[in-house]
Design a protein around this ligand. Structure first.
Ligand code: DON
Length: 567
């Protein structure tokens, strides 16, 4: 009897722990930068450096957030911004969690049909190029709100290096040179006059930003209201109106960042903390992870047929729900808890079989009770005290609306395209929306940004996130799975080839030349449509992993100029 009991306990200990015997060993030689104390990983070395200097001075992760965000506005103008918005999720040194939404919102004069012509068709380009595409920016409000609540260093100490960087200038990288070349035509289309970026900039040239330095200096001296009520606000509104926009001083004066409770859920012993609406990131990530949790992904292996099938099918179902249910929670009732309930997700996945692809046309949003009715950037910071933040910020497309305010030195977002201009008509990321994400004055457009923090055994494990529009959620998903299921290092996890499915169009996007031919052939035989043609970038993931010995490992995506710096 005793023997049988021991045998049973032995078997149970293996079956309860789904990762036990078959997980590959971590390849320690493949680690990214490792530091003892604190780290910033962002899209540009200049920004990671400024953030790290703040940490070295004794500032905390929140001080470094303000510095890094604004340094990215200087060093990475295609996505870093003060003309856009973003989201931050944090976990402080005592384990308290929270999030802030500094997402843009629709101007007061916005209307539901503002991008439709008289016949009710979407006017091409109106929600993406030029002044009509611009949402009311939230970034300055966001960083000041974070500093007010958690900051420890004076604003001047945080902003001085940013102003200095703008004056001194930033060296053009090879990737940036190529990017600037690609956008010359839309720059010319969106702007009345020539702008700073319409020059034949080459790798190793230095671009100086005197107008932005002046704007940042005024913000440093006068605080957040400089941007929303001061001279900067007046000059911005004049510029917008001169360019045919609808932004008013009242729009800016009324803007507020909002503290939000993050979405939290368990996945195989991890606690995942991610952004809540108006980002779809947290809910969608929770749905996908909970739908894949019952499957032994590590046994199937990384990027194998079975792993790709399970993940794809979960993504298909989650994105169908995203399209229907998600929007700004201040305007629509988002049934968040129901959408991530275990029974609901089990039922959602019950139609999946390894034998055959589910068709997206057979998948609609699930039924839950509602009581009523392409350039972004991510950075992660962990400080020496143990505070961690994950921040994703954006002006939406690369260089946003392409409209550049030369007077103030920054690009304006084209975030209005993240609304659903018309039900069923895809936006620039091919995402389809419904009533929940229709346009209304002061409403925030639905986002996919997924700044995420992961805890294990009650301790900080990871801070992670990425740009990539609709692919953000699935890139974050794969990165977390790469570390947890496939035992990759942080650096391997962010570099690993990625794939993506978003319900509609009914196709799996693969990074070109990164997946085994046989796997792709098998998927096609099972009825999956494959697309390998798309530009190779499926996100640029940045993350920080806390190792067993307490050190920090940075993962800076090889797809960009992303850099981890720490001490
Ligand atoms: O909020 C969103 O989901 C989009 N505006 C993000 C855009 C983006 O990531 C573009 N980057 N490649």
């Amino acid at each position: 009897m005793k023997k049988t009991l021991i045998l049973l306990l032995f078997i149970a200990s293996f079956s309860a722990c789904k990762q036990a015997p078959t997980k590959p060993k971590v390849d320690e030689s493949k680690r990214g930068l490792i530091v003892d104390n604190a780290m910033v990983v962002s899209a540009r070395a200049e920004a990671s450096k400024i953030g790290t200097e703040i940490l070295k001075k004794g500032g905390n992760a929140f001080d470094a957030m303000m510095a890094t965000e604004l340094a990215l506005a200087v060093a990475y103008p295609s996505a870093g911004n003060i003309g856009g918005g973003g989201f931050m999720v944090y976990r402080d040194k005592d384990g308290n969690i929270g999030g802030i939404d500094y997402r843009e919102k629709a101007p007061l004069a916005a209307t539901k049909d503002m991008y439709l012509d008289e016949e009710g068709n979407v006017i091409p380009g109106k929600s993406t190029l030029g002044a009509m595409a611009v949402g009311i920016p939230g970034t300055v409000a966001g960083v000041f709100a974070v500093h007010e609540k958690f900051g420890t260093l004076p604003i001047k100490e945080i902003l001085e290096p940013v102003v200095a960087l703008a004056r001194k200038g930033v060296v053009v990288t090879k990737k940036q040179e190529a990017r600037l070349k690609r956008f010359q035509e839309p720059f010319a289309k969106a702007n009345k006059d020539s702008i700073l970026f319409m020059k034949n900039w080459k790798e190793n040239d230095t671009i100086k930003y005197p107008a932005l330095a002046e704007t940042m200096q005024r913000i440093m001296e006068n605080g957040r209201d400089e941007f929303y009520k001061g001279e900067t606000a007046k000059r911005l509104v004049k510029f917008m109106q001169d360019n045919g926009g609808i932004m008013t001083e009242e729009d800016l004066a009324k803007y507020e960042a909002k503290w939000r409770t993050p979405v939290t859920f368990e996945y195989d012993g991890l606690k995942i903390i991610s952004m809540s609406p108006p980002s779809s990131g947290g809910i969608c990530l929770a749905q996908i992870m909970k739908m894949v949790e019952p499957y032994d992904l590590h046994e199937y292996g990384h990027n194998t047929l079975k792993s790709i099938q399970v993940i794809t099918e979960a993504e298909r179902r989650a994105y169908a729900d995203r399209s229907y249910y998600l929007g700004d929670p201040d305007f629509v009732n988002v049934p968040g808890d129901d959408l991530i309930a275990d029974d609901y997700l089990k039922d959602r996945m019950s139609s999946f079989s390894f034998e055959k692809a589910t068709k997206s046309s057979d998948v609609s949003h699930g039924k839950v009770q509602v009581v009523e009715s392409n350039e972004t950037t991510h950075y992660s910071i962990v400080d020496k005290f143990g505070n961690a933040i994950a921040v994703t910020t954006t002006i939406n497309a690369t260089y946003g609306s392409k409209l550049y305010c030369s007077d103030l030195g920054f690009f304006l977002n084209n975030e209005m395209d993240d609304f659903s201009s018309k039900p069923g008509v895809p936006n620039m990321f091919g995402l389809i929306g419904a009533e929940a994400n229709s346009i209304a004055p002061e409403k925030r457009m639905l986002s996919s940004m997924t700044p995420t923090i992961v805890e294990k055994d009650g301790k900080l494990l990871m801070s992670v996130g990425t740009p990539g529009g609709s692919t953000i959620i699935t890139s974050v998903l794969q990165t977390v799975l790469n570390v947890h299921e496939y035992n990759m290092t942080m650096q391997q996890a962010v570099n690993a080839p990625r794939f993506h499915h978003q319900w509609l169009p009914d196709v799996i996007l693969f990074e070109p030349n990164s997946f085994e031919r046989a796997t792709l052939d098998s998927l096609q035989q099972l009825g999956y449509q494959i697309n390998e043609d798309r530009a190779p970038v499926i996100g640029k993931v940045d993350g920080i992993l806390v190792l067993d010995n307490g050190k920090l490992e940075g993962g800076a995506d090889k797809r960009g100029d992303d850099t981890a710096i720490g001490y």
